[in-house]
Design a binder for this molecule. Sequence first.
Ligand SMILES: [Zn+2]
Length: 397
Amino acid sequence: MGMLLRGARVIRSDRVTDEADVRTDAETGRIEAVGDLDPRGDERVVDLSGKTVTPGLVDAHVHFSLSGERSVEDVVDMSDAELTLVEARNARKTLEAGVTGARVMGARDIDVALKRAIDAGDVPGPRTVANCRSITITGGHGHHMGREIDGPTEARTAVREQVKLGADFIKFMATGGVTTPGSDPGAVAFTEEELHALVDEAHRRGVHTATHAHGGEGVKAAIRAGVDTVEHGTFLDDEAIDLFLERDATLVPTLSAPYHIVRNTEAATKEDVTKTEFVYDRHIESFKLAAEAGVRIAGGTDAGTPFNVHGGNASEVQFMAQHAMEPLDAVRAMTETAADAVGLDDCGVVEPGAYADLLVFDDDPLSDLTLLNDPTAVLKGGHVVAGAVPGAVPDGE
Ligand SMILES: [Zn+2]
């Protein structure tokens, strides 16, 4: 049975419609109509007057393999069985917090299996875009759970391996990182030939590419090689901004990641604190520069990194609004724009034909973005998967 959600203020993506009705179709899990609609005999009518409906959030960058541990190295010794259970728990927490779509940065080969289990309805979780292992140079950032390569031929082999296993995208580490001991966030990791091979091979296989990149030279080299999304983009200069615009690349700033390390300096590792304090101010400056220049920005949290726990994803919207964006634009960055950037079709908007992935709030989150952290109800495919709406039965009954 479908539902008619009546009379809510609806944040559709780029605009807000007051007192709109939203009809969901239980068969397809999609939105059938939005507007001024009359109830039909066969549907459940839910009065949402005074409440606000938004699209479910789409997080363009999460790590289900990590759970906010002090050090990423804490999970390296876990068995595949243990890590799979951890990932399933984190997927559920993410969905219940209102994130109905996520691009998951893979560890080992678990995430593609998790995605299949979510799609089959066996495990609760957001609609997932998954890769397997992130590709890095030998000894580079993330090598503990990544695929180390050297040379353009091995780069192509590694891409083909990931696609064979079911990867929806290819992630590679164009620079060093904060959380890998001994790796330098400023240094360019791959050669130009390797970067070209990675992106070219991924596009030949029909999947998009994401690069982890802090240093400006690494960002620029990856964009010149044709990368689709740049993660972090900590040190951006005017040349980098121009390249984003020219090549139509998307920035996923992940402002949550340094925020949580800087606020936990007592507990964090000494190396993480030293590296993060150095980069934090520049990171925010780079984000502002990009937002003001009109670079396409997709919301992503890097959830799972130290103290950046799953379920707090919506804070990223606040951070983006706090530093550069209008509230509605920040919401759009972590709904429609993120869905487009990661290839989640028909997600991130409240429009006919889109999936009925919806959040319900008692008050309007545009007036206070912290409300986004605590939706009254979360719907995925038209089913209530967390919280409750008046008169609607939870999923599975
Ligand atoms: Zn990450």
